[in-house]
Design a protein around this ligand. Structure first.
Ligand code: SF4
Length: 481
């Protein structure tokens, strides 16, 4: 167990890509042995300890470098329940050290050329460039405030290479015409309805096309899941194209789990060129949430926040991550996932702010059943002045059976109040009670300030969905709340 990173270290270290000189190997062995004992260092070569309250974030099984996933909890990591969530530990320690706001800085993905190499080498070469004596003096002998500033500047320049240049500032979308109908409707104040559709495990999309036809006049957009639950299905891209050609606007989900930064940027350009103008950038379920034989478990090439940052830069600055100019800028409305019930609301609000600063324009939340818990999340967003900076679409689903309840209870980031489960399980007509609870939930969420729409998920029965819309009057909503 490393001294300063409270997590069992089972992930293998990275190894250098190229042959190393004797001196380099010596430096690397030295760094690995010291930082291994202290932080469980994996030798990512792109050290962030300064930024993450001196806990190594690479202990996260997803390799997330910008905060927890939507399954984070104070109790344990959602991928490996035998250890704590490393990002929860980082937030908790940063809060104690009064460094929480440092976690807002958008940190870069790994430069894989540097993995396995000594991160201390970057430190010493920068000190050499500035002059060893001058550097030492500036971080030890200056007045306390200045010393802190010098220290932060010195390390920020190391961890933020020019090709990334991340910061903690907002990067709002430049004022321009909305790029999709969903964007236009949300901008105009319309309360919107989106529905999540999972593509079939089939090379024939005719049943999927029928579902689209049923949804055509009932929803503002359809989310197309991307390898949901880490299982292969017809690609989200081809299903989104089918939606476009069927006259239903898609929100293309793009999971970082299955892409490198190269294919991600290529897919963004391709999506826009193909008329898909809403994207939802997510990290994706870990491969161990799928079915065996399990896919590669090693870290993602980028995380959702880095994905949002790349998507915005591609669209607004017209440059790729490797600095090439985009001939025609893509057009898309950038969405992100929000997790009101993961870890603690104040920590989730930091994660939400980071996504908004990176470029997220709308959130679709994980499932909400617990109204007071959701109000606490909204309050945490409000404290950081986020409610006016993002459109919020709340995820919901009916609790149609005990089997579904038990399944949902196993998923990270979902909380179903005990009284709700009791009411359904003790009812003489559980279906009727479940239906009434669902209608109540919709009515309450719809009335909440800061909520701009509802996102229906995990619903196979489109006829029932349409019945619910009719009963709640949602099919007629056109006015701004
Ligand atoms: S951030 Fe990278 S270099 Fe720093 S301790 Fe963690 S694995 Fe090692």
């Amino acid at each position: 167990m490393p001294l300063f990173t409270p997590s069992r270290r089972w992930q293998p270290a990275f190894y250098p890509f190229k042959d190393r000189t004797f001196t380099e190997r010596l430096e690397e062995s030295f760094e690995r042995s010291i930082k291994g004992i202290l932080w469980g260092c994996r030798m990512c070569g792109n050290c962030l300890l300064q930024e993450t309250a001196f806990i190594c974030p690479m202990a996260c099984p997803k390799g997330l470098r910008n905060g927890p996933c939507g399954g984070s909890s104070p109790e344990h990591c959602c991928v490996d329940e035998s250890r704590p969530c490393i990002w929860h530990a980082i937030y908790t320690r940063a809060e104690k050290m009064n460094r929480l706001d440092m976690l807002l800085e958008i940190l870069p993905p790994l430069d894989w050329e540097k993995t396995g190499t000594s991160a201390l080498r970057d430190v010493s070469s920068k000190a050499r460039k500035l002059g060893y004596y001058k550097t030492l003096k500036s971080v030890t002998l200056a007045a306390p405030e200045k010393r802190k500033e010098n220290w932060d500047t010195f390390f920020r320049e190391i961890r933020q290479p020019e090709w990334w240049a991340g910061d903690s500032n907002p990067h709002p979308t430049p004022a321009h015409e909305p790029v999709s109908d969903l964007h236009k409707k949300l901008n105009s104040g319309k309360f919107t309805i989106t529905f999540e559709l999972t593509p079939p495990v089939s090379a024939d999309l005719s049943s999927f096309t029928q579902e689209l036809a049923q949804l055509h006049s009932s929803v503002d957009a359809v989310n197309i899941t991307d390898g949901a639950s880490a299982m292969p299905r017809t690609s989200a891209f081809s299903a989104a194209l089918k939606a476009t050609s069927s006259g239903v606007e898609p929100v293309l989900q793009m999971a970082a789990r299955d892409r490198t930064r190269i294919s991600f940027q290529a897919d963004l350009l391709g999506a826009s060129a193909s008329g898909i103008h809403n994207v939802l950038v997510i990290s994706g379920d870990h491969p161990n949430k799928g079915t065996p034989p399990f896919s590669r478990m090693s870290p993602w090439d980028y995380d959702s926040i880095q994905g949002i940052w790349m998507a915005r830069k591609l669209r607004d600055d017209g440059i790729t991550l490797d600095g090439r100019e985009v001939i025609t800028h893509p057009k898309y409305f950038i969405g992100a996932a929000a997790a009101p019930f993961a870890s603690e609301p104040r920590f989730q609000a930091i994660r939400a702010e980071k996504k908004i600063n990176a470029g997220a324009q709308f959130f679709q939340t994980n499932l909400v059943f617990d109204i007071p818990g959701f109000e606490a999340y909204l309050e945490a967003l409000d404290k950081r002045n986020l409610l006016s900076r993002v459109f919020l679409l709340v995820g919901l689903t009916p609790l149609t059976s005990l089997k579904k309840i038990n399944h949902l209870l196993k998923l990270p980031g979902i909380h179903i109040p005990g009284w709700m489960i009791d009411r359904i399980t003790n009812a003489t007509d559980p279906k009727l009670v479940s239906h009434q609870l669902f209608l109540e939930l919709i009515t309450r969420l719809q009335a909440m300030p800061g909520v701009h729409g509802l996102h229906f998920m995990a619903m196979n029965n489109i006829t029932y969905f349409r019945q619910v819309l009719a009963e709640t009057g949602l099919n007629e909503i056109t006015i701004k709340k």
